[in-house]
Design a binder for this molecule. Structure first.
Ligand code: TYM
Length: 338
């Protein structure tokens, strides 16, 4: 079992990243060989302020470590330090089909009506993601629900490569298949955390309003304000989880509560059934302050030592390269470039 996953340094590390992905990264570190990447090349598919990008790379790295990822046990690095990602990405660009990319819902959502003005990188972004995973022949990819379609595309690309070059693979490595088809692991505590202002939209670092998300670096006052002002409806809380159907904002707060307190949503709804939202909001605020603020404080401590972070990233990149270099070299041989 080899695990690969990545997070973009495109702003704030938020509760969605944490509950959808990072909690799972941490639990996997004791079960598998894990590679966790700060995907800086993905982040530049939309404009990033060059004065802030390196700081953001450091912040995500600090977030990994503060959440409990051990940089000795896991390989932690930033994508642009390992050139194999970009090189394999080009090769896979030539394997993937246009029609496959045209089906990617995330591009459609991000581009909206402004498609013609988006970068080409944003469009081909899922291919770089496939290269990230396939460059390590990762078997499992822990992600939030929004990334499922991209992992499926990675599987399609791996499969097409294996079929297109079947004979060469057989003669060069004496196997039927070269790339492993990666499996998505979408089993974080909350696979889809929604915006605090709109229960139909996912929590995201690109949302213009900071009130829509809890950032791991938020302080107590910010958490208090954001939860207090989070959208709710006017009904009382039901005692049964089935009763949250059609009430997305309630469902989101209950799911967050359950994810952070490591309980099932059914148990949480029993606790708050028949109560007003004010009680749920107060308890959720206390819970977030006690569970998330310490991670944020640890993150700040780590951020204050940039030399340490640089060391972690360089060491991680070196270890990452020992895996991806031979895989890329074999890929080139298989397709006849070497
Ligand atoms: P990114 O940076 O948008 O998000 C990082 C991880 O956090 C999860 N996530 C969420 N989970 C639950 N609820 C949310 N609201 C929420 N928002 C984000 C994402 O699902 C993801 O797991 N393309 C990827 C990064 C990537 C990658 C990879 C992932 C690049 N290469 C290779 C896995 C393997 C992305 O943009 O994630």
């Amino acid at each position: 079992m080899r695990v690969f996953s990545g997070i973009q340094p495109s702003g704030n590390l938020h509760l969605g990243n944490y509950l959808g992905a990072i909690v799972n990264f941490v639990s996997l570190q004791n079960k598998a060989e894990c590679i966790y990447c700060v995907v800086d090349l993905h982040s530049i598919t939309v404009w990033q302020d060059p004065n802030k990008l390196y700081k953001n790379i450091h912040e995500i790295t600090a977030g990994f470590i503060a959440s409990g990822l051990d940089p000795n046990k896991n390989i932690i690095f930033n994508q642009s330090k390992v050139k194999e990602h970009s090189e394999l990405s080009w090769i896979l660009n030539c394997v993937a089909r246009l029609g496959w990319l045209n089906r990617m819902t995330q591009f459609k959502e991000k581009a909206g009506k402004n498609k013609e003005n988006m970068s080409i990188g944003l469009y081909t972004y899922p291919i770089l993601m496939a290269a990230d995973i396939l460059a390590y022949k990762a078997t499992h990819v822990p992600v939030g629900e929004d990334q499922k379609q991209h992992i499926e595309l990675s599987r399609d690309i791996a499969q097409k490569f294996n079929i297109d070059f079947k004979d060469r693979i057989k003669s060069i490595i004496q196997k039927d298949e070269f790339f492993i088809l990666p499996k998505p692991l979408i089993n974080g505590p909350v696979p889809r955390v929604m915006s605090l202002r709109d229960g139909q939209k996912k929590m995201s670092s690109s949302d213009l309003s900071d009130m829509t998300r809890i950032n791991i670096l938020d302080d107590e006052d910010q958490i208090y304000n954001k939860i207090r002002k989070s959208k709710t409806d006017s009904d009382v809380i039901p005692s049964d989880f089935l009763g949250v159907d059609g009430r997305p904002e309630l469902k989101n707060l209950i799911s967050i509560y359950a994810g952070v307190s490591k309980q099932s949503p059914e148990d949480v709804i029993k606790e708050f059934g028949g109560e007003q939202f004010s009680k749920l909001k107060k308890n959720l605020t206390d819970l977030l302050i006690s569970e998330i603020c310490p991670i944020g404080s640890e993150m700040k401590k780590i951020i204050s030592d940039p030399l340490y972070i640089d060391e972690v990233l360089s060491d991680g990149a070196e270890r990452a390269r020992t895996i991806s270099e031979p895989i890329l070299a074999e890929t080139k041989k298989i397709i006849g470039l070497a």
